[in-house]
Design a protein around this ligand. Structure first.
Ligand SMILES: NC(=O)c1ccc[n+]([C@@H]2O[C@H](COP(=O)([O-])OP(=O)(O)OC[C@H]3O[C@@H](n4cnc5c(N)ncnc54)[C@H](O)[C@@H]3O)[C@@H](O)[C@H]2O)c1
Length: 415
């Protein structure tokens, strides 16, 4: 809670507001029917894939494509609904969609499956669906597939609307590939930068300095890895991270740049070269880490009623989409633990992509970082104020922002 004197306040049971029964019973996710669902079956492997368009605005919908063994249509529906919330919350003039393929991204046939999925979805990706990376599908891979299909890049449906698509493609590529500190590219880290600033904004709001704030992050791929990097750079103590292979812990704070340098293409850290002092733990212990902030940044439905009581953090900040089930979120709220919803915390990735497409940011990383940081801090402060002062969960406040986006008066103009 904000310290009225402006000094550093510790988060205590007293400063976390009690939640009324009315809030605890509020459903955390609103179910509404999507605009459209497409089911696809791969003729060669039998893999199934889905495109769900939750909202179509100005003939466009945006949302990444994920690949994981076990991906279901209902998961893709939840993710598409989340994308619609993100575009509305960040005032983007497009709808929300998502693609998902039930296939192991480590299978040697995975790229061919992705290519056949994109080919099957061609009418949508050609004209209406702007897709991008997601779990199991890095941006460079989906761009390579689009290039092979003669569609240039995964933002094709928007880029083709520009008066000079080749020039727009070039401008977008410059933005995505702009070099940033740490040896990264802007397009790969901007979403995680936004998540890191959601965490920093929570600490600011509590009046807690970064050096005294501890964080655990589940997943160190595109989102979790970048969030960890910028939190480390800001001086927060990232004590615990997990990847698909397990949890890594150091009570004094992990050396995040050193760990990120040990990642493979799937975001897994090489255990044979761990720095001294890093303790290895089972994968599931990440959720029970004794930290101020827990950032799920890997799978959907990571926090469920079965494990929600394991969570010891004072706040959950969702980098992963649909990281907390509605039931688990209600249980956390009843214990005074707010969940900053995915459609705010991780929306920097999609918001920035559209700022880039619409020419509102360029390939100067500072402009992009400044804009996202300012917006994220103000949104998080408002969400936490509503939680503390009105007993309204951050998701409910976010839904109020997302409801009834203003009507589009003109089609999207891509310069
Ligand atoms: N990439 C984006 O631009 C983007 C944008 C917004 C939201 N998201 C969401 O963020 C989440 C992660 O996406 P990403 O692109 O970073 O994925 P990624 O494939 O780059 O990385 C995934 C990470 O999670 C780890 N992981 C996988 N299963 C795990 C498990 N059971 N326990 C612990 N760790 C596990 C992997 O080892 C890896 O470190 C997804 O929910 C995605 O929808 C991604």
């Amino acid at each position: 809670m904000q310290d009225p004197a402006g000094g550093a306040a510790q988060i205590t049971a007293q400063t976390v507001p009690a939640v009324s029964a009315a809030v605890a019973l509020t459903p955390a996710v609103r179910r509404s029917e999507p605009y459209m669902r497409l089911h696809w079956t791969d003729s060669q492997t039998g893999a199934v894939g889905y495109l769900v368009v939750h909202t179509l605005r100005g003939g466009l919908a945006t949302g990444g494509t994920r690949m994981r063994a076990g991906c279901t249509v209902s998961e893709v529906e939840d993710l598409a609904r989340g994308m619609a919330n993100k575009t509305a919350t960040f005032d983007l003039p497009i709808g929300g969609a998502k693609g998902g393929i039930d296939f192991d991204p480590k299978d040697p046939r995975a790229v061919e499956v992705l290519e056949r999925f994109c080919e099957a979805m061609r009418p949508w990706i050609d004209a209406h669906w702007v897709t991008a990376e997601d779990l199991g599908v890095p941006q460079h891979l989906i761009d390579e597939v689009f290039e092979r299909l003669g569609l240039g890049q995964s933002y094709h449906a928007a880029i083709r609307r520009a008066p000079d698509p080749a020039a727009t493609l070039e401008r977008v590529r410059r933005g995505l590939n702009a070099a940033v500190e740490g040896g990264f590219m802007l397009g790969d880290v901007i979403g995680g930068y936004g998540v890191a600033h959601a965490c920093l904004a929570a600490a600011v709001w509590w009046g807690q300095v970064p050096a005294e704030t501890t964080v655990a992050i589940q997943g160190v791929g595109t989102m979790g890895g970048a969030a960890a990097y910028y939190l480390y750079e800001a001086g927060m103590k990232v004590t615990t991270v997990a990847d698909a292979a397990g949890t890594l812990h150091c009570a004094d704070g992990l050396d995040i740049p050193a760990l990120l340098a040990l990642r493979n293409a799937y975001g897994e850290i090489d255990r044979s070269r761990l720095p001294a002092g890093v303790e290895q733990q089972p994968r599931t212990t990440i959720l029970a880490a004794d930290v101020d902030i827990l950032v799920p940044a890997a799978i959907s439905y990571a926090i469920t009623p079965d494990n929600s009581f394991d969570v010891r953090a004072r706040i959950v900040i969702e980098a992963a989409n649909a990281a907390t089930t509605p039931e688990a979120e209600t249980m956390l709220a009843a214990r005074g633990v707010p969940v900053l919803p995915d459609f705010v915390a991780n929306a920097g990735a999609v918001a920035w992509a559209w700022w880039l497409l619409l020419g509102q940011v360029d390939d100067t990383p500072e402009n992009s970082f400044d804009r996202l940081r300012t917006i994220m801090h103000s949104k998080v402060a408002l969400l936490l104020a509503a939680w503390a002062e009105q007993n309204v969960t951050p998701r409910e406040t976010g839904h109020r922002w997302a409801d009834d986006p203003p009507p589009l008066t003109e089609p999207v103009v891509v310069p």
